[in-house]
Design a protein around this ligand. Structure first.
Ligand code: NDP
Length: 246
């Protein structure tokens, strides 16, 4: 297999860590960003203890200048980014009539605008080298909407609009661009939901359980492989059958 430089944003989180492990396990040079250096070092050491070496660079993906600096730092340390997984994300839930501007902007900046901030500094290099793999981690709630998540659902749906436009523009340059839309996965983000609400969610999932981060990582590894050069502009829903729409 060809060893590639892979950037997984938000790689220290629940799903991100699984993606990092999977891509590193395939032999790629894996990089992720951090905002809190002490927290990042603890995470890096835990990964190293499992034999997973990860390059860490500072970077807030909601900030365009910080993202550009992050990409240049990665290029210096590991060479150009060939696989990009736009995974960093947050929620700031509220019903819309009570939502404030900050909650809206924080979620749109971190989930959607980050796709611009991080992808823009890598895309020209991918086009010049005629190879690239870009995956957005969206959400089931970008597909079906969700009570209390107008900000998150709008941002996540926007990520797929970004995917299908970028896929068209870059198909002739050996670059595939796809979306993975996970359903409810048992990470901190979902475990923060009150238990009785979680039980109601699980009751709606035909497979009868929350997803595992590894199940999302497996799909990302598939979409970023050498063999999947004819899959572009797709949205891969991985949700235990919770939503079977587009
Ligand atoms: P976590 O909260 O576990 O991890 C989120 C990661 O994103 C952390 O590493 C966090 O870093 C990073 N991050 C957040 N904001 C920024 C920022 N501004 N700049 C850089 N990094 C940032 O979330 P999950 O692993 O559960 O989710 C990963 C992705 O999957 C998200 O996009 C989420 O929306 C999506 N998703 C998750 C689902 C689930 O059920 N868990 C379902 C559907 C989609 P830090 O430690 O610095 O905060």
């Amino acid at each position: 297999m060809t060893q590639r430089t892979a950037l997984v944003t938000g790689g220290t989180g629940g799903i991100g860590s699984a993606i990092v492990r999977y891509l590193a396990g395939q032999g790629h040079r894996v990089v992720t960003n951090y905002r809190d250096a002490a927290k990042a070092e603890t995470w890096r050491q835990a990964m190293a203890a499992d034999g997973i070496e990860v390059t860490m660079v500072p970077g807030d993906v909601s900030d365009p200048q910080a993202s550009e600096a992050m990409i240049r730092a990665i290029e210096e340390k590991c060479g150009p980014v060939e696989i990009l997984v736009n995974n960093a994300g947050i929620t700031r839930d509220s019903t819309f009539h009570k939502m404030n501007y900050q909650q809206w902007m924080d979620v749109v900046n971190t989930n959607l605008n980050a796709c611009f901030n991080v992808t823009r500094p890598v895309i020209e290099g991918m086009r010049a080298r005629k190879w690239g793999r870009i995956v957005q981690i969206s959400s089931i709630n970008g597909q079906k909407g969700q009570y209390g998540q107008a900000n998150y659902a709008a941002a996540k749906a926007g990520m797929h609009g970004f995917t299908i436009s970028l896929a068209q523009e870059n198909a002739k340059f050996g670059i595939t661009v796809n979306t993975v839309s996970p359903g409810y996965v048992g990470t901190d983000m979902v475990m923060a939901v009150p238990e009785e609400v979680r039980a109601k969610i699980v009751a709606q999932i035909p497979v009868g359980r929350l997803g595992k981060p590894e199940e999302i990582a497996h799909a990302v590894a598939f979409l970023t492989g050498e063999e999947t050069s004819w899959i572009t502009g797709a949205n891969l829903a991985i949700n235990g059958g919770h939503y079977m729409g587009w």
